[in-house]
Ligand binder design. Structure first.
Ligand SMILES: NC(=O)c1ccc[n+]([C@@H]2O[C@H](COP(=O)([O-])OP(=O)(O)OC[C@H]3O[C@@H](n4cnc5c(N)ncnc54)[C@H](O)[C@@H]3O)[C@@H](O)[C@H]2O)c1
Length: 488
């Protein structure tokens, strides 16, 4: 295992290639699966002068991408995509054969969802590897396959290698290369994270594979600017990805438990505690934010997949089970607090601001906002929802069971209580007067720490911040006049 230190200036804010002249010697790659990871990788590679052949089986997505329009919301992705479609450095096709034959390196970025039992569903990875294998049979030159999808330890050197060998009738590592190269981008900052990752991890069993991939990254980042890189065996690299995500989930469940406790201790505030925790332990504060729990397409599913692996191999999984259980309950805190503040929720109108699992994305997979709405509806509440980017995705989930508002203002109209479930910048800027003028009761439950509760309270708007003890007295005196002293 070796960590190669980068000589780059990490604070560099240089823009990608085509705009700064930092283009690289043309290398040809194919990327199978243009979702959040595949498309972000594709546009960044193409903008730095690589020739990228994207493959996407979803026709709608493929047509949009070919027309220069992103099927997902990500900061900067539209301009990057339209640039590289226009100059021909990126093309999208559903013809995997054409893409693989016209490239030297193939990245697999297809989804790895959960099976009903929580274990990892490798159907897409296996199908893609089998197809790539069949095409490798036709290739006369060396080809490297890189798994970027998150897969449980043992998958790349097992199912993926076997599928490639079976399809191609060739042998690894003699006839083709194979790496596992986990992706750490965060939705909402995917382009930034791809251009300036904290680190690279390359899992490889042979030097030719790891050197081929490293050379690609040298071209992409510049020889002197390759991020710190860990080169290790494939299963270790697979473990690194799972350990990072389950560690983050564990931190968050720990912090959310602490937040629930802080609420019971006079003057305690989890945000302050978190600052101290970060300063003393040097844990990255980006991943220390208490709230209604974690969601998204990665943390919950990766925790389930690792737990299933622990159980399959008969290793004690009680820590991971507790992390998941705490996270399962945490969004319900929003509803419990709403009941405490408003009383019976039946027929009451509740506004939910934020359905995306985090700011900066339209992704609602396992989002806490969605879970909160489902719970409110099950208790008979009438629910208004608003999200700056995720409404279209949410319409497929809620259809006509909620009111879809087109602005924060209309979402708040007539509501007895508002729950803030996503940390969108737009929500930070809502002045107290909007809540006061539009809501029936200006009561807010802020799970994202986006509102200045003290400033709001002085304007007569009550903000219940997760993890902050505002004191029973303050709570009673602010709320009681609004709801006719029904506060328990
Ligand atoms: N989303 C993230 O933030 C993130 C971050 C790091 C790692 N990951 C991992 O990366 C992988 C991809 O995640 P995602 O969020 O981009 O998934 P996604 O569901 O957004 O995208 C996957 C895409 O692959 C396409 N696809 C499936 N089979 C295909 C095939 N045979 N040929 C061509 N296209 C095919 C699907 O149509 C889909 O568009 C997962 O393993 C995930 O765990 C995701």
């Amino acid at each position: 295992m070796a960590v190669r230190k980068s000589r780059s200036d990490r604070k560099s804010t240089r823009r990608p290639s085509s705009r700064t002249g930092l283009r690289v010697k043309t290398q040809r790659v194919s990327i199978i699966g243009l979702g959040y990871v595949g498309l972000s990788t594709a546009v960044c590679f193409a903008n730095r002068g690589l020739r990228v052949h994207g493959v996407e089986i979803d026709r709608r997505k493929c047509d949009l991408i070919s027309g220069g329009k992103s099927p997902i919301h990500e900061q900067d992705i539209d301009s990057y995509l339209s640039d590289c479609i226009r100059d021909g450095s990126l093309s999208c096709t559903s013809d995997i054969r054409e893409a693989v034959l016209n490239s030297e390196i193939t990245f697999l970025t297809v989804g790895t969802p959960s099976k009903p039992d929580g274990g990892i569903d490798l159907t897409y990875v296996e199908a893609a590897a089998r197809e790539v294998g069949r095409i490798l049979a036709e290739k006369k030159t060396y080809h490297l396959v890189v798994v970027k999808s998150t897969v449980v330890p043992g998958t790349t050197a097992g199912i993926v290698k076997d599928s490639l060998e079976m399809g191609s009738k060739k042998l690894f590592p003699k006839d083709f290369g194979l790496c596992f190269n986990p992706e750490f981008l965060r939705e909402g900052t995917a382009i930034h994270d791809t251009l300036r990752p904290d680190a690279l991890v390359i899992g490889a069993e042979d030097e030719r594979s790891s050197e081929t991939l490293l050379n690609l990254y040298k071209s992409f980042y510049g020889v002197d600017r390759v991020p710190d890189t860990l080169v290790t065996k494939i299963p270790n690299a697979e473990f690194v990805k799972y350990s990072v995500n389950t560690f983050r989930a564990t931190q968050l469940s720990f912090l959310n438990s602490l937040a629930n406790l802080c609420e019971k201790i006079p003057s305690a505030d989890v945000s302050e505690v978190t600052k101290g925790l970060s300063v003393v332990t040097k844990i990255d504060s980006r991943y220390l934010r208490a709230g209604f729990g974690y969601g998204g397409s990665c943390l919950p599913k990766d925790l389930r997949a690792l737990t299933a692996l622990f159980q399959r191999l008969d290793v004690d999984s009680s820590l991971l089970l507790s992390v998941a259980e705490i996270n399962q309950k945490q969004p319900l805190r929003a509803v419990e607090i709403a009941k405490q503040l408003v009383g019976d929720l039946r027929a009451n109108r509740i506004a939910v601001l934020g359905l995306a699992f985090k700011a900066g994305t339209d992704d609602i997979r396992e989002s806490v906002g969605v879970r909160i709405v489902v719970e409110l509806l099950s208790l008979g509440a009438r629910v208004n929802v608003y999200d700056p980017q995720a409404l279209e995705n949410a319409k497929h989930v809620f259809e006509s069971s909620v009111e879809f508002a087109q602005s924060t203002k209309s979402c708040l109209r007539g509501a007895q209580c508002c729950i803030v479930a996503t940390d969108w910048e737009e929500f930070r800027k809502i002045p107290p007067s909007i809540f006061k003028n539009e809501m029936r009761n200006p009561i807010i439950i802020d799970g994202c720490h986006v509102l200045d509760s003290k400033a709001f309270e002085s304007s007569g708007v009550f903000v219940y911040e997760i993890g902050r003890n505002s004191g029973d007295q303050a709570l009673r005196s602010t709320i009681s006049p609004m709801i006719g002293n029904s506060l328990v």
